[in-house]
Every structure is written in C-alpha cells, then in structure tokens.
Design a protein around this ligand. Structure first.
Ligand code: BGC
Ligand code: BGC
Length: 793
C-alpha cells in the first residue's frame, strides 16, 4: 500500500533479520508474517483485540463482496476485509472506470474508520481483488499475459517486475491486496484454470510464484516491504487445485498424501519464505475431504510443518462445500484453520451464526482471537493500523498516468514476446522485411479474446470490446505497425480474402475466453474450425501461412499444425498484442519454451508424460533452423464422437438432432412455424448462427440423443423478453427471463444448462416464451463434464 508519506520507519531496513523486534508478535513463527511498520503500543493487534466486542471480532473474519454490501453495512458491521469478485465492480458496474474504484475505496475506508462508541477500537477494512494478470478488473490497466505464458517465458526477474507494476496499478485505485499468485501445478489440461498455472513442473511454479510475491510485496527484511508501491499477495489455492481427477474444477484429488504434496504443495514453502501475506484455501477436496474443512492440512501441515504465520483466507463460499456446512453456517472451517470466510452474499447470516457459535462454545474464543489477530497483523504489516490516510490521499492513488503506463505496458510487451513458443517453422518465420501480409481470423483484432478470462469481467470475452481495454494493442495492430516499419504492408481480412495474393498469411485463432469451471473440457480437442479452414484455404492457393494460436492451455491442434507452415503458441497475451509481432518479425528472438507438454492425441489424459507428448516440456524452436513435426495423424476419437455432442454448430444441426416449433420442423434450425421465425445470421462465418424470433406463446423444442450431459449454448439476446421465458428438459421449468433480459445487446455469451439445475437431463430442451423476444444461437453442444455444474449465463 502507499503510505501517507510521513516518513514512517520500515523495520526491516534497520533491524535486518530481527523482525520480531518490530512488534509484539510472539505467535508469528515464520518468515511469512514479517512486520513492516512500527506500531504504537495502543494500536498493536493484541491491544486492539483486547478492546473488541465479540461481534466486531467476528466481523474481522467475514469477507463480503462489494456487490452485496454498501458503505452503510460496512459502517454498521465493520468487516475486516472485503473483496470484489470477478463479476463485481463499483456501484454495480462491472466495467466501472478506475476513478469509481478509488471513490468506493474511500467510501469503504471512511465507513470502516468512523468513530465507534465506548472507546471501541476503529480498524479500517482492507479490500482485495483478483489482480491475477495485472489489475485487470479495471478498464485501462495493463493486462499482462496469463501465468501459463509467463511459465513459457520462464524469467523470474520479468515476473518480479510484473508483480511490482501490478502492485502500483492496484494502489492507483486505492486497493490493498491481491488474490495472486496462483501457484497451482496444473496436471490435467482439461482443467479450465490451466492458464492460471505457470507450469506442470512444480519447480518452475515455485520459482515464478516466489518472484511474483516479491514483486507484489517486496522482500521481507528489505526497505519498502509492503510499503509504498506494494500490496499484500496471496498464494492460492492451498492445495491440490491443479491435481483434481480429470481436471474437474473444484474436484477431488486422489492419492498418497506425500506424493500429492510433493507436486501440489511444492510451491508453498518458498512462498512462505518470501513472506506471502496470505494463503487461500482451495475449493478441491483431497482424498474426499474438502480443503476448507481439512484440519490436518490447513493447521497441521500449513501452520505446523510449513510454519505459515500469515492469514488463511477462504475461497468464494468454499466453506459452504464442507460436509455439513452451508454458505451461512460453517464453524467447521474456522475450527479446521481457516481465518477469513470469503462469503460474498450470505455474510449477515454467517456473522450471526458465528457469534452464536462462539457464545455456545462450539468455537473457542481462542480460535476466533487467533484468526482475528492474523487479520490485524496483515493490516499492521500494510501499515494501516496506525497513521494511514484514506485511499485517495496515498501517494500512488489517483495517479492515473500510472494505470496502464507506457513503462508497465513495455514490461507486458516484453513478457508477450518472451512467451511466444514456436512449435513449427518451415522457414516462413521470421517474416521478411517488405513482405505483403494478410492477417485473418476473428481473433486477430480482438483484444477481449487475447486477454482471456479474468479481464474486466470474470469470464472475459462476451460483450467486451476493445473499448473496455483503453490503451491496449491488438495482435493485428502490432503486426500492421511492424509491417510498415519493415517497409512492407499488412491488411486485415478477418474472413480471409479469396481474391488476394499476399506473400504470406497470418491466421490468428483460438479459444474464446473462459474462467474457472466454465473452461473445463472433457478432452483436449480444439474444435473450432475457423482457423483451420482459413489455413487450408490459403494453403490451397499456395500462400505460406503462419498460425498464431491463442489458448489457455495446450490443445490437440494436429490438423492446424499440418495446415500451417509456421505455428506459434501465443497463449493469452493480454493488452500488449504488439509483443507477438516482435517475435514474428524477428525483432525479438523466439525464446519461449513450453512449460506444459503438448498433447499428441486429443484424449483427455494428463499430458505430463513424455511418451504422450507431441512436444515435451521445454520444447520451443529458435530461428536458427527450420523445424517442427512431420505430417501428423488427424484422427481424434472425440471429434468423431461429436455426432451426439454437437447439436448445432457452424450453421448445421447435429446428426439425429431436431428443432421443432410446436409441430413444425425447422431443418438446420431455420424456417418458420408456430410463432417461431428462425433465420441465418453471420457470427464469424456466413450464416453460421441463427436469429430466432419468438412470438407470444411460442415454443421451441430441440431434441437429440439422450444423455446426462449439460447443454452449453453460445447465444446472444437481440431483443429482451418482456414476459416470462422458461426452459425445461422435462422437469420443472426454469425461469430465465432476467438472465436473458440483462444479456440484451451484450454480444455473444455462453449459457450452461445442467441436469443438476434443470432437475433432469435426457434428450429434449424446450424454450417457451409468453411474450415476443429474439434469441440468437451460434452453438449448442452437450457437455458431460458440466453435468453437475450450476446453470450459468
Ligand atoms: C476463485 C478464486 C478467486 C475468488 C474471488 C474464486 O471463485 O477460485 O481464485 O480469488 O473466486 O474472486
Ligand atoms: C465471481 C468470481 C467467483 C465466481 C465463483 C463469480 O460470480 O465473480 O469472482 O470466482 O463467481 O463461482
């Protein structure tokens, strides 16, 4: 955090290793909770604790989401900490400008600092955010490449600089704390959070995780630790997040505990040694026991053996998943060793229950006190227990020129260039100076897509546009500038220009943004054929091609590798797309190396074994000589099996799938019948999507092969419903009116309709509308891995 600039002494500077001399902190045993600032006796955590009522103590360990509280609630309850989830922005606006963040930070600060009666201590709240690749919730921030790309860059010093830049940008908006770095060791790339993992290799994750913590917080014992330009970091998610069976998000991790720790807990000792302020408990279970209720691992291992003295924060209602718990009631988690409950919405009931449970003795006061002390110590270390001023008065606050500054963007661009991994090059790269280049693919000039998930919104993509990333540069723009500078020219033809004869074509394509479980897949096949058809079309005309593949993980792309003359794994580069061109044009050498092995087949098996890898860990070509695989096998059982799983894609309806408007058949989901008018529209290719107008009382039924899978539907709403719209799979009807209403005009997004929330699965899905509205559909697939998911829109 930025201090008030009053020249406060930083302990570490003067006292070296004698950290304990900075405060009366007897129970802090490890290097992980070093103390940054001298605190007058009256404001030490212990002294404050002694003056607190039970209610106020409990409030210190309850972390609500800004979307569910007002400054008035903060004033009344005095929460210790608050967060903004990926979908929450100030004042209910996910895309709120930076100034709103600072304004709200002041409001929360003031509410939590208002005087209290009866001499009760006043303790400001701290605000945490997911700055997982830059302060990317905030429009205009520098969006760094996601961790998987940083793993490919493999440069700890670079990661440290990224952490430092991110911390400053967080301070500009008045926040204190980030839920980063993720130190997951992802071992199954079907996991939707693979891109948040630096590597499948624990040693690399350990090295980069530590560097990120040092960048964000500074180094304990050195001047400036957690001071100006620094924020509190979080090593997450402890532990096993990257090791769940089949890569299912929040799933179970099975195996010998020692073996599991050797991989998935490996990064924590170094993170703790680097003084990480907090550790987030993981959603997953280990051998059947949810981590949020796992005393042997949270207390025995983390506190005991690993000696972590900082704060253990829960994940989003993670405590509610513990056996016998709900979001509003879970003494088990505190007893197991959690210090702070992340309870976005149900904070009021949880607070009341915790108070009761302490009164009844279910929770010993000593455990509550210990948790509260950890919260207070984090605040002490940030320097806010004493003498801190409100967020907007701190030195970096409101320095808008530092948010997305040229200096930070230069670091991001360097990271992009260093993370590009050249998988194949038949000699077309680096591009020749003066070349006439055509750039194709809907991802070429698409900043939301190159940013990925956790960018302005939780899922990223969807209704976001370049305008939500002011100052960002698309991959296309970077190429265009580099081409001009080399004396050549580039033109953008997203769908490819069949009449052109460029010297070379660059096709940019890849995964659309997702976050967390929404990104879980049941295999590693890359299905979208847009890039493939463009590559094949250029090749058929004898034009050399370069594939630039955007993805959050390695995927089976044998078809694209065959069709391209050069292939670059570009990951999720973020706001500085020009870093891609730096490598394509040879301004920067391709030094990125795979931090994940690349799959040889499309099956969903873990890929971290050499014999299954097409490209092993550490692979990556330089410009020294051409290279890459020969012609690859293009068969993929999962793709052939899609007959049943794909209900509608690329403008075609699946085998054995029918669309019916009451009794009228709509072949290929097109035509009219009983209140439905379905016409072809262009999403990315000609007539690849449908515009479906519902009249009052109209019903659309899609039927296909029976399955227990969820429906995954890429949709947009062209005209919102004004009367109820429901969907049913044969069970109860789910009212989706509101979900559709808020999606109006917001571009393409994904809905997941799971058997779990529809009450039944089967082979029929019916949408019924009591009023006129217009739904657009681009894709409908059935996804087994989402069968248990909640419905999402
Ligand atoms: C994620 C965490 C994140 C939290 C707050 C959870 O769903 O698992 O990584 O920090 O939400 O947004
Ligand atoms: C929040 C995320 C959170 C997720 C968990 C979303 O609504 O914005 O931060 O991780 O829910 O399910």
């Amino acid at each position: 955090m930025a201090r008030s600039g009053m020249g406060r002494l930083v302990c570490g500077a003067a006292l070296g290793a004698l950290l304990a001399g900075c405060s009366a902190a007897p129970e802090v045993r490890s290097a992980s909770a070093p103390v940054a600032a001298a605190t007058p006796a009256a404001r030490t955590p212990e002294a404050l604790l002694a003056g607190m009522s039970l209610e106020r103590k409990v409030a210190q360990i309850v972390m609500p989401d800004i979307g569910s509280i007002t400054p008035k609630d903060v004033r009344k309850y005095r929460f210790g900490t608050i967060l903004n989830g990926g979908n929450s922005g100030p004042y209910g606006n996910d895309k709120a400008p930076a100034a709103d963040w600072l304004k709200l930070a002041d409001e929360f600060w003031e509410a939590s600092s208002a005087p209290l009666p009866k001499g009760e201590p006043v303790i400001p709240a701290v605000w945490a955010t997911d700055a997982v690749h830059g302060h990317a919730n905030v429009p205009g921030a520098t969006v760094f490449p996601h961790n998987i790309a940083l793993g490919a860059a493999g440069d700890a010093d670079l990661v440290r600089r990224i952490g430092a830049a991110t911390a400053v940008e967080i301070e500009v908006t008045g926040l204190d704390w980030t839920f980063a770095p993720t130190v997951a060791v992802a071992r199954d790339d079907r996991w939707g959070r693979t891109y948040e993992s630096y590597s499948e290799d624990p040693a690399l994750v350990t090295r980069l995780g530590k560097a990120m913590i040092e960048g964000l917080q500074g180094r304990p014992g050195e001047p400036g630790f957690l001071g100006e330009g620094k924020v509190a970091a979080t090593a997450k998610h402890y532990f096993g997040d990257g090791g769940t069976a089949q890569g299912v998000d929040q799933g179970d991790v099975d195996g010998d505990l020692g073996d599991l720790m050797a991989i998935h807990a490996a990064p924590y000792p170094e993170a703790i040694g680097a003084g990480v302020a907090s550790v987030m408990a993981s959603f997953n279970s280990i051998n059947g026991t949810k981590m949020h209720g796992n005393a042997p691992l949270l207390t025995g291992e983390l506190r005991g053996r690993l000696g972590f003295g900082g704060l253990v924060v829960g994940d989003w209602n993670g405590h509610g998943q513990v056996d016998g718990c709900t979001n509003a009631n879970c003494p088990q988690a505190l007893l197991a060793g959690l210090d702070v409950y992340m309870v976005p919405e149900d904070w009021k009931a949880l607070h009341a229950n915790l108070v009761k449970q302490v009164k009844k003795g279910t929770i010993p006061m000593s455990r509550l006190d210990e948790a509260v002390l950890r919260v207070l110590r984090l605040k002490q270390n940030l320097g806010i227990l004493d003498g801190e001023v409100k967020p907007s008065l701190r030195s970096n606050a409101g320095r808008w020129e530092k948010l997305g500054s040229q200096e930070h963007r230069a670091i991001a661009r360097e990271a992009v260039a260093k993370s590009q991994v050249l998988l194949k090059n038949a000699g077309v790269l680096p591009l020749k100076p003066g070349a006439r280049i055509e750039v194709a693919g809907s991802a070429a000039d698409n900043i939301p897509q190159q940013a990925g998930g956790w960018s302005v919104t939780w899922q990223g993509g969807g209704d976001l546009t370049a305008e939500d990333f002011p100052g960002a540069t698309s991959i296309w723009t970077g190429i265009a500038e580099a081409a001009r500078a080399s004396g050549g020219e580039a033109r953008l033809a997203p769908k490819g220009d069949a009449a052109s004869q460029p010297d070379v074509a660059i096709v940019v394509f890849g995964e659309e943004p997702y976050a967390e479980f929404v990104g879980d897949r049941k295999d590693l096949a890359f299905r979208d054929e847009e890039g493939l058809s463009l590559l094949r079309a250029y090749r058929a005309r004898g034009i050399p091609t370069v594939a630039v593949f955007l993805s959050g993980r390695p995927l089976w792309v044998n078809r694209e590798l065959n069709a391209a003359d050069a292939f670059v794994a570009s990951w999720l580069p973020g706001s500085e797309g020009a870093g891609v061109a730096d490598v394509l044009f040879g301004k920067a050498a391709p030094t990125g190396r795979l931090s994940f092995s690349w799959p040889a087949t499309c099956e969903g098996t873990p890929v971290n074994s050499a014999e299954r890898a097409l490209f092993p860990f550490g692979y990556g070509l330089g410009y020294g000589s051409p290279g890459g695989p020969g012609t690859l096998d293009e068969t993929c059982a999962a793709l052939s099996a899609d007959g049943g799983a794909v209900w509608f894609a690329s403008g075609k309806i699946g085998n054995a799938v029918q669309a019916v408007a009451d009794n009228a058949l709509l072949p290929d989901l097109r035509g009219t019948g009983n209140g439905i008018t379905a016409t072809g529209i262009d999403r990315r290719a000609q007539e690849d999507a449908r515009r479906i107008a519902f009249a009052r009382g109209a019903k659309l039924t899609l039927s296909g092969p029976e399955s227990t899978a969820a429906w995954r539907i890429t949709y947009s709403v062209a005209q919102r419903p004004k009367a109820p719209v429901t969907v049913t799979a044969g069970g109860a009807a789910l009212d989706i009116t509101q979900r559709l209403a808020v999606a109006e005009g917001k571009g393409w997004r994904e809905m997941v309709l799971s058997p779990a929330c529809l009450g039944t699965a089967g082979g029929r899905l019916t949408f019924a509308s009591q009023g006129a509205f217009v739904l657009q559909i681009a894709e409908i697939t059935r996804d087994e891995s989402a069968a248990e998911a909640e419905c999402s829109f």
